[in-house]
Design a protein around this ligand. Structure first.
Ligand code: XIL
Length: 402
């Protein structure tokens, strides 16, 4: 372990892979038949205190006002991520103005539900306010702005909602598909060390929170040949995909140099129905003493396939396989699905209507086969898990060096 700090992880033996697969195979038929809200609600919320697994959704404060939506989030989730409310354009709209209103609603509701929160995201190239994006910054001035933002945002949640925001996506999507640094305000003005600076500021602001680098590694989103691009492909093999290699090199360097990092977020937007090689992620992060998490899972279907049983079954299998990869990994304890219902998932807008139906519930708040499959797999794992090591859920409050 680095920095003299122990990252506690669940033992690989606690949830036997074959056990989970057998159990899940047994519910395929039930999952295929129409499952109702009541079927799923009987399953109830997983008991994280017993299994150490966090499961939940990206949420928006405006949708939490909808009682059906809020009830699904309350019932299913043990962790939530603000989908947009903590991004710069929402939370820091003017140089001297922080607007915590939307994010506070989400965090307050999570606290009332006994849930925790993944903070998302402190440094990204998108959704920046114009005062920041268009500013004429010197390196030193932009570092000051970055420090102030990270210190203020993390500090707000550390003080107002102690113990609720347990994880932060500190830096989001900093690499291109080729494994190079993505052009961004941060990269242009501050240079290569902006990532390291951000992690150091975050650790100073809340020594107890888990700090993640978050990105997407799915073949289709990397623009692989035959999948809408001419970028690299390696059938999801993270030892060959340049962005995975770049992330691994960054994490390796951080661990050796004592730069504070606890995990890698693997977004998991599976746009072509084929999950990539999460086993590789599990093993290299484990070697470095890091966690990994599935942070933004969704599985878009063609817009016309929303009620096609074969498509829904393939989607359910994809979700099951991803959840299984985390459940059976000793250093993954968090799965977040990027949205709650198909009517509000980002996919429709992002793909200009070509794809949709990407998440677990229909626009009418009905659970899809994937909902049944995911929730059942989690609950089965919980009931077979017995007493698991819960240490991976939160960091020790002891500050570490770096
Ligand atoms: C998306 C949101 O879902 C949309 O509502 C918003 O318009 C754009 O951002 N990777 C990320 C997320 O890290 O923050 C993005 O969320 C989806 C891709």
């Amino acid at each position: 372990m680095f920095g003299g700090h122990v990252v506690a992880m669940r033992s690989p033996e606690t949830i036997p892979r074959s056990g989970v697969r057998t159990v899940v195979a047994g519910i395929v038929l039930t999952a295929l038949s129409a499952c109702t809200y009541d079927d799923v609600s009987r399953v109830g919320r997983p008991d994280v205190s017993r299994s150490g697994l966090n499961f939940g959704y990206a949420v928006s404060s405006s949708w939490l006002a909808n009682t059906d939506y809020a009830e699904i989030v309350r019932r299913d989730a043990t962790i939530v991520t603000p989908e947009n409310a903590m991004k710069w354009d929402h939370i820091h709209p003017e140089p001297d103005v922080y607007d915590f209103s939307g994010a506070d609603e989400i965090v307050a509701q999570a606290r009332a539900n006994g849930q925790t929160v993944r903070g998302h995201t402190l440094v990204w190239h998108q959704q920046l306010p114009s005062w920041l994006e268009d500013g004429d910054w010197s390196r030193d001035d932009l570092i000051d702005v970055l420090r102030d933002h990270i210190t203020t945002v993390i500090g707000h949640y550390r003080d107002r909602f102690p113990g609720v925001v347990t994880q932060w996506d500190v830096v989001n999507e900093a690499f291109t598909s080729q494994g190079l640094r993505r052009d961004s305000l941060w990269q242009r003005v501050i240079g290569d060390d902006y990532i390291e600076l951000a992690f150091r500021f975050a650790r100073e602001a809340d020594p107890a929170a888990l700090l993640f680098y978050n990105d997407y590694y799915d073949d289709s989103m990397l623009g692989a040949p035959g999948r809408g691009g001419d970028g690299p492909t390696a059938d999801g093999r993270c030892d060959v995909v340049p962005k995975c290699v770049a992330t691994r090199n960054l994490a390796d360097r951080f661990v050796r140099a004592g730069v504070p990092i606890d995990g890698i977020g693997f977004e998991g937007h599976v746009f072509d129905g084929r999950p990539v090689d999460y086993q590789a992620f599990s093993s290299w992060t484990l070697e470095l003493g890091l966690q990994w998490a599935l942070t933004e899972v969704d599985g878009p279907l063609a817009a016309s396939d929303g009620s096609d049983p074969a498509a829904l079954e393939a989607q359910a299998a994809m979700y099951e396989s991803m959840v299984d990869d985390c459940l059976t990994s000793p250093n993954c304890d968090t799965v977040v699905v990027w949205g709650v219902t198909d009517s509000q998932s980002w996919v429709t807008q992002h793909t200009h209507g070509a794809l949709g139906h990407a998440v677990l519930y229909t626009a009418d708040f009905e659970p899809k086969p994937a909902a049944e499959r995911v929730l059942s797999a989690i609950h089965r794992a919980h009931s077979t898990a017995g007493a698991l090591d819960l240490g991976a859920r939160t960091r020790s409050p002891t500050p570490r060096d770096g």
